[in-house]
Design a protein around this ligand. Structure first.
Ligand SMILES: [Zn+2]
Length: 519
């Protein structure tokens, strides 16, 4: 007769039930000599968590540090604490302190401020060696990004010795408040913790964090929240987040009108980050992006596979830990290239996003979901539950755990991700040599000459190389006049040009696209 024991996973309880299984987590092995935790902070993590199923061994504690203040010590409140939110400036002050205290971090501001004059920032995190040699890693990634300047031999050397940059962005959507909160704690954990998982991440990847992409809206959102909390009056909805822009700030990837989009694009061109990961809140409990398809045909097929490989890793590893409601596929398609994370896709990097159950920051004692969100599907094998107690700490735990799993995977398989980046860059150039599209021309003598120049400059600001024809010429059956603009297709960012100029043939057998697919 077959004997079995049903193990009900609760944080820490697995070890009591079965000693053999207590250390089987692939990712989260316990450190050999246990680093002491910050007892007050760790106790509050447990206190604020509304349901232990959302915790994992990766985030159920916070290690202590003698030299670096915890978010709680520095800011007076902590991520996941009900009823509290940080202003963008609070997060920046904390990040500056981290960079001052730790040789594993660097902090800088984007040159371009927001339309209302606020800063956007980056905190870079890695081993001391990575931070010391940041310029070298930057040069490595630039070399992998341009196969016209890099030989296969040089590329292979870089692929096997260099490190990917994993750039996390959040807070573009101001009412989605949890990402910026979580990233405060993640930064501390990545700098301080000595577990094998965190060390692996720190040693083998370089992490960039831009905690608030839309600081104008963030500050309005926090103001509004505290107004409601203090006065007990109804919180007024925000008319705008940034200056005359709301949700569509994440539809500006092609328009490139907002300073936030221009900053992220400039960061992409300067650093060639391997991955750009944008955090949102619109699904239950955690959606990891892949999309349902149809996928935009301008993308290299490697890009699609990358989406799936990494997303399935998070879904599986979170299921191993008994965390319900982590899924992929069933939201968004993968067609329209205008989102912030597509700035990575259009530059041969890997763009992705999360949609997490809302942070609040008030607890939701009885979060109920419709049957459509809780059914078990092939892409959602461990679905959300019909009703639970939810709160900001659950939001923090679930997304911080998942992103640590993703970071650990990319750090462990860094060669794969660097090779993919090289391959995508190389194939972009080759595609322009092989045809059928060898280039594009833009007549200069058009009726709207200023608009033409503006378009050309907008493309140049995104890294596209555009030449001016020195004389009249004929290429195949295309006639070019002196002064016309010529875009060669054998350049690394040819995918970006293709996304702008190719006709979209959206397969009509599919549901309507998530966003417009106008040609
Ligand atoms: Zn969003």
């Amino acid at each position: 007769m077959l004997k079995f024991t049903v193990l009900v996973r609760r944080s820490g309880a697995l070890a009591l039930l079965c000693g053999l299984l207590s250390a089987t987590n692939v990712v989260g092995q316990k450190p050999a000599a246990k680093q002491p935790d910050d007892p007050e902070y760790t106790a509050k993590i447990k206190e604020y968590l509304t349901d232990p199923r959302f915790s994992t061994e990766l985030v159920d504690h916070l290690p202590a540090s003698k030299t670096i203040p915890t978010p709680l010590k520095f800011l007076g409140t902590m991520p996941g604490q009900p009823g509290e939110l940080y202003y963008a400036e609070d997060i920046y002050r904390y990040y500056q302190e981290l960079a001052k205290d730790s040789p594993r971090a660097k902090f800088w501001k984007f040159p371009l401020k927001t339309e209302e004059g606020r800063d956007m920032v980056v905190l870079a995190i890695g081993s001391e060696e990575s931070m010391k040699n940041l310029d070298k890693y930057k040069a490595d990634l630039a070399a992998l990004g341009d196969p016209r300047k890099t030989t296969e031999e040089q590329a292979q050397k870089i692929i096997h010795t260099s490190k990917p940059i994993y750039w996390i962005t959040s807070g573009i959507h101001s009412p989605e408040t949890g990402g910026p909160q979580m990233l405060v704690e993640l930064a501390y954990r990545l700098l301080v913790e000595e577990s094998p998982t965190i060390k692996n991440i720190r040693d083998n990847a370089i992490i960039f964090i831009t905690p608030v992409v839309e600081p104008d809206g963030r500050d309005k959102q926090v103001d509004t929240y505290y107004y409601g909390k203090k006065t007990k009056k109804t919180k007024p909805p925000l008319m705008y987040w940034g200056k005359y822009v709301a949700h569509d700030n994440n539809r500006d990837g092609m328009g490139q009108l907002l300073h936030l989009t221009q900053n992220i694009t400039a960061g992409m061109l300067e650093w060639h980050p391997t991955i750009l990961h944008d955090l949102h809140e619109a699904q239950s409990y955690l959606y990891v992006s892949t999309g349902t398809g149809p996928y935009n045909p301008s993308l290299d097929s490697i890009a699609i596979d990358e989406w799936w490989m990494l997303a399935e890793t998070e879904v599986m590893e979170m299921a191993k830990r008994g965390v319900p409601g982590v899924f992929t596929y069933g939201y968004y398609d993968g067609w329209v290239p205008n989102y912030l994370f597509w700035i990575a896709e259009s530059h041969n990097s890997f763009g992705r996003f999360y949609e997490v159950q809302s942070y609040g920051p008030d607890n939701q004692p009885n979060l109920q979901l419709p049957a459509t969100a809780t059914s078990r599907e092939w892409y959602r094998p461990n679905p959300p539950l019909p009703s639970i107690k939810w709160g900001p700490r659950a939001n923090t735990d679930i997304q911080e755990s998942a992103i640590l799993i993703a970071l650990n995977k990319v750090a462990t398989e860094k060669t794969l991700y660097l090779e993919n980046y090289w391959m995508k860059s190389k194939r972009s150039v080759e595609k322009g040599k092989d045809g059928p599209t060898f280039g594009w021309t833009i007549p200069a003598g058009q009726k709207h000459r200023v608009n033409t120049v503006e378009m050309v400059n907008d493309l140049r600001h995104q890294g596209v190389e555009i030449e001016v024809a020195p004389a009249d010429a004929t290429y195949g059956d295309v006639k070019v006049a002196a002064g016309d603009y010529i875009i060669r297709a054998d350049q690394p960012y040819r995918t970006l040009v293709d996304l702008y100029f190719s006709l979209q043939n959206y397969p009509i057998t599919n549901p309507i696209p998530y966003d417009a697919a106008d040609a």
